[in-house]
Design a protein around this ligand. Structure first.
Ligand code: TEU
Ligand code: CA
Length: 569
């Protein structure tokens, strides 16, 4: 297997709006990030992925870009950006930028030109189609609800928008569009950035027949088979690789909704002809359902193990995994897979971290995850800011498809805003995020859950993440070891091994709030085992904690609620 820095690093995602506000306008900004770089250094991460800070009307919090080469004023200036980048590099932290090129904002000059007339040279930068029997060209539903086509009265045609109507899709069939994108990427690389996280890159190539999709319960058609991993996507990415990526030493990760293991082996192939790694969604979609993600189902542990283990096994030596529980689109992981009970909140946060960080792949930490932040404290629709959540309310609650009580509960559990509440820095008002009025409600639990407290406490979630990151830096096996799942059918425990040459790791995670007892796997003998890390204080002394013979049986392991342990042999 090829060894590279991006396989050995840990990435920290910053959602700038909610990270740190330096000027009291209630919105996080670049200077706020620069202020907090020592905090990131202390944590030990070596790469930052920054969600979009480009000029944008903010219909989708910056994922609708109107100028790729300037900074949104509420985030700061290009000088602030340059200073932030220099300060990162001074600390040995690399910067990965968000690249949103499936679509632009409808306020981008290209689209303003494009919609102005059918003859405009930019017309073909976007996807325009004639009405079909006075209606949309096909039945596709957009990701944020409603038709994926918007009628433009000026020219009497529809344009495609897979997301909001303020996010028209770029026409990647047009070589001039691709050239513009590559030039823009090159411009940022020349500035010295270190990589790209590519927004919905799996959706840039559409089936040019634009066929109707299978009709869903809500009457709209599903665009997936014609858009996700579309006909020319690998061709486009190989071209992008030749034209830009190959010229620099970058980390590239494609956000690939709808990606399968087979597709991932192409996107993230070891030869490096496309991207370094992808974000897959299979494990995050396990609690989805008929009405998209709007329900309160729980993820089943056996299914979770099956999905993650399949990705581990299949990609080994062929492609590379990215590892994540959280990002700005997902509710926080604690209410989903851990515990909010104060007795177990920190313990379960550490268990989840152990389970993820000991796998093969590059781990991503989403801001606040390293503190065990829990999500939002939203009482009514007025507390939500996310376009997806607000649209979903109108689509399901307003129409009576889901009762308002249920829908509010689902939003409280699943809304993307759960990830977007401000970072909790200390126990001063608004968690130290801003001296003004925050753009979105701070979770009042900042009094208990905040960075200042955790930095001062050796047994905090923060310091546990710090330890996990150090283990990755000191033990090659954590990065490159081969993965094997044990006890696949056990409904409570996630147990796996890693192997590199003669060396082995045993990772034990109890996902349930009860004690569990299992047989020590074959080949493991207490006297040869050293505990590398664990989320409960070690009984006895020193660093070593061989599983003690309990009930007189040396071959049994007892795990406490949400306990995690890693042994080395
Ligand atoms: O997300 C793409 C994507 O797949 C999401 O729409 C996902 O399905 C949804 O958030 C689940 O609730 C990317 C960005 O990460 C997201 O923030 C943007 O809204 C979206 O693209 C459009 O740019
Ligand atoms: Ca600000």
């Amino acid at each position: 297997m090829r060894k590279t820095w991006w396989k050995e690093c840990v990435v920290y995602q910053i959602y700038p709006r909610s990270f740190c506000d330096s000027n009291g306008d209630g919105i996080g900004d670049l200077n706020g990030i620069t202020e907090k770089l020592d905090y990131l250094k202390e944590l030990g991460v070596d790469v930052v992925w920054l969600s979009p800070v480009y000029r944008s009307p903010m219909d989708d919090n910056g994922y609708d870009i109107s100028d790729y080469r300037s900074i949104q004023p509420e985030f700061g200036t290009m000088e602030d950006f340059d200073r932030m980048l220099a300060e990162m590099h001074r600390r040995g932290i690399r910067l990965v930028m968000d690249l949103v090129v499936n679509h632009t904002s409808d306020e981008h000059p290209w689209f303003v030109e494009s919609r102005s007339s059918k003859e405009n040279p930019y017309r073909d930068y976007y996807i325009w189609r004639e009405p079909k029997e006075n209606q949309e060209p096909n039945n596709w539903e957009s990701v944020f609800g409603g038709p994926a086509w918007e009628f433009d009265a000026g020219t009497g045609m529809y344009y495609l928008h897979l997301f909001s109507r303020k996010q028209p899709d770029l026409n990647w069939e047009n070589a001039r569009v691709r050239r513009e994108v590559y030039d823009m990427m090159d411009w940022w690389c020349q500035k010295g950035i270190d990589g790209f996280r590519m927004d919905v890159i799996s959706m840039i190539s559409k089936d040019q027949a634009f066929p109707d999709g299978a009709v869903k319960e809500n009457g709209y058609g599903d665009f997936s088979p014609f858009v996700r991993n579309g006909p020319r996507v690998h061709e486009f990415l190989r071209e992008m690789n030749r034209e830009v990526l190959a010229k620099y030493d970058l980390l590239t990760v494609g956000e690939c909704s709808g990606v399968t293991v087979e597709e991932a082996k192409k996107y993230a192939n070891e030869d490096g002809t496309e991207l370094d790694m992808v974000f897959q969604f299979e494990h995050m979609d396990l609690d989805g359902g008929e009405t998209f993600k709007w329900n309160d189902r729980k993820i089943d542990l056996v299914e979770l193990k099956e999905v993650l283990s399949r990705w581990q096994r299949e990609l080994d030596s062929k492609a590379w995994n990215s590892l994540y529980w959280c990002n700005h689109d997902q509710p926080r992981i604690l209410p989903r897979l851990g515990s909010l009970d104060p007795a177990y909140r920190e313990i379960s946060a550490k268990m989840l971290a152990t389970c993820l960080h000991m796998m093969q792949g590059t781990p991503y930490i989403y801001q606040g995850e390293e503190l065990g932040m829990t999500g939002g404290d939203f009482a009514s629709l007025a507390d939500f800011r996310d376009i997806e959540s607000i649209n979903a309310w109108h689509q399901y609650a307003d129409t009576g498809k889901i009762s308002p009580e249920d829908m509010m509960r689902y939003l409280q559990y699943k809304s993307r805003d759960n990830a977007r509440t401000p970072m909790q820095w200390d126990d001063t008002p608004n968690g130290g995020f801003t001296e003004g009025t925050p753009w979105i409600r701070v979770n009042p639990n900042y009094k208990e859950i905040n960075a200042r407290d955790q930095l001062a406490r050796k047994d905090s979630v923060f310091h546990y993440y710090q330890q996990l990151i150090r283990l990755r830096k000191t033990h090659e096996i954590v990065v490159y070891g081969e993965y094997e799942l044990l006890f696949p059918e056990d409904p409570d425990l996630f147990v796996y091994t890693r192997t590199l040459g003669e060396e082995k790791l045993l990772v034990l995670c109890n996902f349930k709030e009860k004690e569990k007892c299992i047989a020590l796997p074959e080949g493991w003998r207490p006297e040869q085992m050293t505990r590398l890390i664990g989320n409960y204080p070690e009984p006895g002394s020193g660093n070593e904690n061989p599983p003690r013979p309990e009930n007189g049986d040396a071959a049994e392991l007892h795990l406490k609620p949400y306990e995690a342990r890693v042994y080395r042999m």
